[in-house]
Design a protein around this ligand. Structure first.
Ligand SMILES: Cc1cc2nc3c(=O)[nH]c(=O)nc-3n(C[C@H](O)[C@H](O)[C@H](O)COP(=O)(O)OP(=O)(O)OC[C@H]3O[C@@H](n4cnc5c(N)ncnc54)[C@H](O)[C@@H]3O)c2cc1C
Length: 480
């Protein structure tokens, strides 16, 4: 038996610092090899330009495996940090690519008036640089369309499919540019070919595995009903009696119907306790798929990929566990409540749940049995139509103080799941009340832009350190 408190997430994957070092090492590996082989340039700007291009190419390649699909990568740091890094590394790769171009063109030189125009013309028109031009345009497009994604008038799946294909084409173009214009020695050619294979094959495997999955491995819908005006409860059964081995707080990629391409799958937190005979998902209407569930019939096949994610109590020593849910963020919290109700919880447990309208709250029969078993009095709020046990308003400082009453804020652990602004505000509030940031965990249901908490700012500072280290290595490479 493990000494960890019950239902703690046992993190698979690489610890954050090691992962950051591996990332920096992988990005700088081609540069280190060039330096080792003495394949350098005499002119400083050309040397800097080559370094910037090399770093950009390696960062582009690594984007293929920082897409949140690989537990070995995101298992420890979680999907939130993985996707945030993926989002920020792309514009940084573009910045290095632009620096590569700018440095190779160089500044206008009064002593050589034609050189700047000649180099610019070569870049714009030389036939051999078609791959480089296309790669640069494609990279800029991918970054721009990802930044504007939520405002694009196209379905999410269309964007996702074009993003995946565009990324694959980009790796091909960058490789072509390296092989034809990179003046690579055989050793460096082999390194880049191996690098490209190491990042594209696992990404392609995700698709191949899904396409070749026998239909018999799918789960089936055993029940589907509305539990609030906008949330459906989907109960899934495995025809072979297989039970998913997961920890409360984790999520699955679910693809409903005969859809085989991973483009059609959606992430949903598991809302049932581990070991329950049926897997429960709580699905809120948000767009095309989630709003079309009324037409889905029981017995429909659902392909499940998971479990994924690192949201869940960490397992360190704690004096109390505080669970906070907002809206459909109740899904992973319900899984935790049911698991603790069945198996017991180490230390005091507090629970707060907030919704927009009181009618959005989970029905009593889903929430009460676990709360009763745990002897927990919930703190419930609704912005509209509150009454009875449900207080009017949102969760704020007063409620956080109430949750912390009698507990040592430095030793509690807090799990929050709900709308982005709620999670970031409550994280900062709890931190102001003495809860250390590493003891507050939350998971976003959307990768789009949103407010940042102090914890997010720390994460961004970590990313900035990684990018600064790459820029410093580029400068260093040019000096040696
Ligand atoms: C880790 C995680 C756990 C989640 N758990 C739940 C849950 O328990 N219950 C719940 O109702 N919702 C959950 N979501 C959100 C849910 O995945 C989206 O609301 C759903 O995919 C929307 O699909 P749609 O086609 O209806 O809407 P669309 O109009 O296609 O998308 C609406 C928005 O949802 C997001 N989205 C859509 N498809 C995907 C996708 N394949 N991958 C990532 N984001 C996507 C995008 O931000 C998009 O802008 C979770 C999201 C994440 C990342």
């Amino acid at each position: 038996m493990s000494d960890l408190p019950r239902h703690t997430i046992i993190h698979r994957g690489i610890p954050p610092l090691t992962l950051a070092l591996i990332y920096v090492g992988a990005v700088l590996l081609p540069l280190a090899l060039a330096s080792l082989l003495g394949e350098t340039h005499r002119q400083l700007t050309v040397q800097l330009g080559a370094a910037a291009g090399t770093i950009s190419a390696a960062m582009i390649f690594l984007q293929m495996i920082s897409s949140g699909r690989f537990e070995a990568v995101s298992g420890r740091i979680g999907i939130d940090i993985t996707m945030a890094f993926h989002k920020w590394a792309a514009p940084m790769a573009l910045a290095f690519a632009l620096a590569h171009v700018a440095l190779l063109i160089g500044l206008p030189d009064p002593d050589r008036p034609n050189r700047f125009a000649r180099r610019l013309e070569t870049l714009m028109t030389a036939e051999r640089l078609w791959d480089a031009r296309l790669a640069l345009i494609l990279l800029a497009l991918l970054v721009l369309l990802a930044l504007l994604r939520d405002r694009l008038p196209v379905r999410y799946q269309v964007w996702r499919g074009s993003h995946a294909l565009g990324a694959l084409a980009l790796v091909g173009l960058v490789l072509a540019h390296l092989f034809t214009d990179g003046l690579l020695s055989p050793a460096r050619t082999a390194l880049w070919a191996g690098f490209a294979a190491a990042v594209t094959l696992p990404a392609l495997w995700v698709y191949a595995r899904r396409l070749t999955r026998p239909p018999g491995q799918c789960w089936t819908i055993a029940g589907l009903r509305s539990v609030t005006p906008s949330i459906h409860e989907m109960l899934l059964e495995n025809p072979r009696g297989h039970r998913l081995d997961f920890r409360p707080g984790q999520f699955v990629w679910a693809s409903v119907g005969g859809q085989r391409l991973p483009l059609h799958d959606h992430p949903f937190s598991i809302a049932s306790a581990p070991g329950a005979p049926q897997l429960r998902l709580l699905i809120q209407e948000a767009g095309d798929f989630t709003s079309s569930l009324d037409a889905v019939m029981p017995g429909t096949r659902v392909a499940i990929d998971g479990p994924h994610g690192s949201f869940g109590p960490s397992g360190g020593p704690r004096d109390g566990l505080i669970l906070i849910a907002g809206g459909v963020g109740i899904a992973p919290i319900l899984s935790m409540l049911e698991a603790f109700a069945r198996d017991g919880c180490d230390g005091p447990l507090r629970f707060a749940y907030s919704v927009h309208d009181a009618s959005d709250m989970m029905p009593d029969e889903m929430l009460r049995p676990a709360l009763k078993a745990l002897d927990v009095t919930p703190l419930l709020t609704a912005s509209r139509n509150a009454g009875g046990e449900v207080a009017q308003g949102r969760l704020g400082e007063a409620q956080m103080r109430q949750l912390l009453e009698g507990l040592d804020p430095k030793r509690v652990e807090v799990m929050i799941c709900g709308p982005g602004p709620m999670m970031t505000t409550l994280t900062d509030t709890l931190n102001d009340l003495g809860v250390p940031l590493p003891r507050i965990h939350y998971e976003r249901f959307s990768y789009g832009a949103g407010p940042l908490s102090r914890k997010d700012h720390r994460m961004m500072a970590g990313f900035a350190t990684i990018f600064a280290a790459l820029a410093a290595a580029m400068a260093l490479y040019s000096l040696i």
